[in-house]
Design a protein around this ligand. Structure first.
Ligand code: HEC
Ligand code: HEC
Ligand code: HEC
Ligand code: HEC
Ligand code: HEC
Ligand code: HEC
Ligand code: HEC
Ligand code: HEC
Ligand code: HEC
Length: 353
């Protein structure tokens, strides 16, 4: 009997109690973590010689949206002290899922990440692609509306640029990047053209920058008089493009004709009078020549963004006007002809009677 009891105690001590301690591990106190992580010099030397700073205290979360959370709410795989393995990277959807009781904001937008180029790349084992925290940060996550947030309008390009370095470098000197750095909120940041969580490869028809959808993105702003009038830029380019051969063909799904970006560039868009602009007269042979071999400097003259309703368009205006009046005259002649014809018929009918 005694032997049996002893066995039960051993059994409880060996299996149930550690299990119990593991449950309680879900709430390991901050003090237990800061025992080691609270020392400013607590760091690790990595194999490549880099140093990983492991100094984290309760203050690390202060002011962030998660400041009321405990360490193991996010690092939920740390369930014993000392933790024997290096903890895994945090899974934010532990809380940010539909119907969660934590009060963590969730939306279909956020979950769309898993279907995006980034989410798919992670699922395929690409460690260079971003998890939630690579865009949002780790301990100092702020409300997205806070201008200091890593994903705020004015900061997000820098956040994406940590990985997309070459594109960021081009973007920074483009008209849009320069405008944004001056605090002009109307200029597009990366997310203004690509979206936030729904980012797809540009070759994926779901992408906002799929060839036939690029012009739609530019038009969001460039067709708006309210936005463009602030910068003295005309909005007619959108209408003239839509009416042009390229625009019409693109509407019908052609991916070989030019969209706004084929002529203007993508991340390096500049005003036409900038010598580095792809639509500067000096660069027209190269830009149009990509698709129209042999295009010369005059190739674009009077062909692009011409509004036939304006006198300044020269020959095109006069041609359009000529055809307009020709049409009106023809219509009038036709109507007169019909009337004369009807008059003649009724007279003949009467004569027969
Ligand atoms: C006995 C000292 C000690 C205590 C206590 C401790 N840790 Fe650690 N922790 C370490 C060491 C050492 C590493 C480095 C492990 C490695 O990289 O192999 C580490 C690494 C980590 C990492 C991963 C860092 C990375 O490289 O991404 C996290 C997260 C972490 N600890 C969280 C916690 C949490 C949360 C607690 C409290 C529940 C805690 N630790 C308590 C020693 C400790
Ligand atoms: C909102 C969730 C969250 C909370 C709460 C949280 N962490 Fe972290 N922690 C992260 C993320 C995200 C990382 C970055 C590594 C990764 O991707 O998982 C990280 C990284 C770390 C690291 C590695 C060093 C670093 O700064 O990258 C340590 C150590 C750590 N956390 C300890 C703690 C401690 C101690 C607490 C409690 C004071 C805590 N964490 C609370 C999300 C959290
Ligand atoms: C490629 C960068 C990126 C990744 C990866 C990312 N986000 Fe975001 N997220 C953003 C940006 C940018 C915004 C700002 C949207 C805005 O300005 O309204 C945002 C907004 C949010 C918001 C607040 C607005 C909303 O739609 O509810 C939450 C919550 C959020 N993200 C959570 C997550 C979670 C959870 C993940 C991982 C599953 C994640 N994010 C992955 C960039 C990212
Ligand atoms: C323990 C649960 C929990 C985890 C894990 C967690 N969050 Fe949160 N998160 C919350 C709660 C709760 C709020 C709402 C805080 C508030 O409104 O005061 C929040 C708010 C946010 C917001 C602010 C949204 C807005 O309205 O602007 C962002 C962004 C966010 N979380 C991203 C993340 C990211 C990224 C991770 C992973 C590193 C993460 N969260 C992990 C619970 C969590
Ligand atoms: C004015 C709209 C616009 C802005 C702003 C913008 N992009 Fe793009 N991006 C595009 C278009 C259009 C394409 C497709 C280009 C193509 O079809 O070749 C693209 C393609 C891409 C690609 C894939 C093709 C490649 O060259 O690798 C990446 C990655 C990318 N953008 C990242 C970014 C980042 C990061 C930023 C911010 C620094 C940004 N983009 C800002 C419109 C934009
Ligand atoms: C942690 C690094 C990282 C961050 C941060 C990041 N990306 Fe990416 N991104 C990647 C990687 C890696 C891929 C390639 C995925 C693959 O292999 O399909 C990618 C793919 C893309 C693509 C698709 C490329 C294509 O072929 O058309 C676009 C567009 C893009 N990212 C835009 C962004 C934008 C916009 C942001 C910021 C909101 C951002 N990325 C933040 C690493 C990152
Ligand atoms: C989110 C709004 C927005 C989007 C999307 C956008 N732009 Fe712009 N664009 C602007 C603003 C604002 C300016 C004026 C910046 C300034 O002058 O400081 C501008 C300036 C320009 C200029 C310079 C015009 C001049 O004469 O100074 C060109 C060219 C241009 N954009 C082309 C494009 C193209 C092509 C696209 C699509 C690939 C695009 N934009 C997408 C807002 C936008
Ligand atoms: C076939 C090439 C081509 C296409 C497609 C194209 N553009 Fe242009 N764009 C030009 C050229 C060339 C100029 C400079 C001369 C001119 O205004 O005709 C220009 C000028 C501009 C300007 C500057 C106007 C000014 O007065 O400063 C803006 C803004 C602009 N385009 C926007 C767009 C938008 C938005 C689209 C798509 C809806 C688009 N463009 C499509 C070639 C093109
Ligand atoms: C991305 C490729 C591409 C670029 C860049 C491009 N085009 Fe086109 N364009 C086409 C295609 C495809 C057609 C359809 C028929 C054809 O091959 O001529 C077309 C047709 C035209 C037409 C009407 C048909 C004709 O042959 O008269 C004009 C005018 C034209 N382009 C002018 C221009 C000018 C000017 C530029 C430079 C500012 C330019 N295009 C840049 C692809 C492009």
């Amino acid at each position: 009997m005694r032997k049996f009891l002893f066995a039960v105690v051993v059994f409880l001590g060996g299996v149930v109690l550690p299990g119990f301690a593991r449950d309680a591990g879900a709430a390991i106190s901050l003090e237990k973590c800061t025992l080691c992580h609270g020392k400013p010099e607590f760091r690790k030397l990595l194999v490549d010689g880099a140093i990983r700073d492991l100094f984290v205290t309760g203050d690390s979360l202060k002011g962030s949206v998660h400041e009321k959370k405990g360490c193991t709410d996010c690092h939920f795989d740390v369930n014993e002290i000392p933790h024997r393995e290096r903890p895994k990277r945090v899974t934010c959807t532990h809380c940010h899922y539909k119907g969660n009781r934590e009060g963590a904001p969730q939306s279909d937008n956020v979950l769309a990440y898993f279907d995006s180029a980034h989410g798919k790349a992670i699922a395929a084992g690409n460690a260079k692609a971003p998890l939630c925290q690579d865009c949002h940060g780790s301990h100092q996550i702020l409300k997205v509306k806070n201008p200091e947030s890593k994903v705020s309008r004015f900061k997000v390009a820098e956040t994406c640029g940590r990985c997309h370095m070459e594109i960021y470098a081009k973007y920074k000197t483009s008209i849009h990047g320069v405008a944004l750095s001056k605090g002009i909120a109307d200029a597009p940041s990366c997310t203004g053209c690509h979206g936030e969580h729904r980012i797809y490869a540009h070759t994926d028809p779901k992408s906002t920058v799929y060839p036939t959808r690029v012009s739609e993105q530019c038009s969001k702003c460039h067709a708006s008089v309210a936005i463009m009038s602030k910068f003295g830029i005309e909005t007619e380019q959108v209408a003239t493009y839509n009416e042009s051969f390229h625009g019409v063909a693109s509407k019908f799904g052609s991916r070989t004709v030019a969209n706004c970006a084929s002529c203007h560039g993508v991340h390096d868009i500049r005003p036409p009078d900038d010598p580095l602009s792809t639509v500067n007269p000096r660069n027209i042979p190269k830009t149009c020549g990509k698709c129209h071999p042999g295009a010369n400097a005059n190739f674009a003259v009077g062909k692009i963004h011409v509004d036939a309703k304006k006198k300044e368009s020269g020959i095109i205006y006069w041609t359009a006007t000529f055809f307009k009046y020709l049409t009106i005259c023809t219509m009038l002649a036709l109507i007169v002809h019909i009337f004369l014809d009807m008059y003649g018929r009724t007279r003949r009918l009467r004569g027969e009677r």
